[in-house]
Design a protein around this ligand. Structure first.
Ligand code: IYR
Length: 224
């Protein structure tokens, strides 16, 4: 058996079952209020809020603990404008030619279109990159395992953390997103994963009238 360094699991906490129920109920009530928002206010948000949310995201489990992600936080108007312009070029292609009628029909309840003003309005865009491999200081490559799953888990925590802080998010996926590597000067070993738009919602923000599936629709239990 290989030996590896360990430390005691000192931060784990167990709760009495009733407290477990109560805590989860409160957590569920809290996350159930989260809605994806497409209309943002330009009100500023202190940068340390974003930094702490990113620290929370960085606690996500990852393949072989290689943490195969990089987050670029964009607050500057010039860079936001470049991103909006490049994203809208792709979106015009998408809505005009690339998307199948079936895909466009699926998007209909969301009311999305080629215009992405939120990319300039929101105080922060967080471009999330997935690293297919890491690069050591001497230039050698380190293969990453499950980078897609790992980065998805980190983004899930990031969205939850921002919601906890009272900020709204939009998970935006202009496709393809290669332009993010060029604009943000990220290496080829990194694949753009998601553009997370965050800030306060606009005062008159509205959201689609859609709901989550019921537990019985998305989960099954096997007791045998
Ligand atoms: N990227 C496009 C289209 C789009 C695709 C999916 I899947 C969505 O859930 C929402 C939008 C856009 O942002 O408009």
């Amino acid at each position: 058996m290989s030996s590896y360094p360990t430390i005691p699991l000192k931060d784990y906490r167990e709760y009495p079952i009733e407290e477990m129920r109560q805590r989860l109920k409160e957590f569920y009530t809290e996350v159930n209020r989260r809605r994806t928002v497409r209309e943002f206010s330009d009100r500023p948000v202190p940068r340390d809020i974003i930094e702490t949310a990113l620290m929370a995201a960085s606690t996500a489990p990852s393949g072989a603990n290689l943490q195969p992600w990089h987050f670029v936080v964009i607050s500057g108007p010039q860079t936001k404008k470049k991103i909006r312009e490049a994203a809208e070029v792709e979106e015009r292609e998408f809505y005009g030619h690339r998307a199948s009628p079936e895909w466009l029909a699926a998007l209909e309840p969301l009311g999305t279109d080629t215009r992405k003003p939120f990319l300039e309005m929101a105080p922060y865009l967080i471009a999330v990159f997935l690293q297919k491999f890491g690069v050591l200081p001497d230039g050698r490559k380190v293969k990453h395992y499950y980078p897609t799953e790992s980065t998805g888990l980190a983004v899930g925590i990031l969205i939850t953390a921002l919601h906890q802080a009272g900020l709204a998010c939009l998970t935006h996926t202009p496709s393809p997103m290669k332009f993010l590597n060029e604009i943000l000067d990220r290496p080829k070993s990194e694949r753009p994963f998601l553009l997370l738009v965050t800030g306060y919602p606009a005062d008159d923000a509205e959201v689609p009238d859609i709901t989550c599936k019921k537990l019985t629709e998305f989960a099954s239990f096997i007791d045998l």
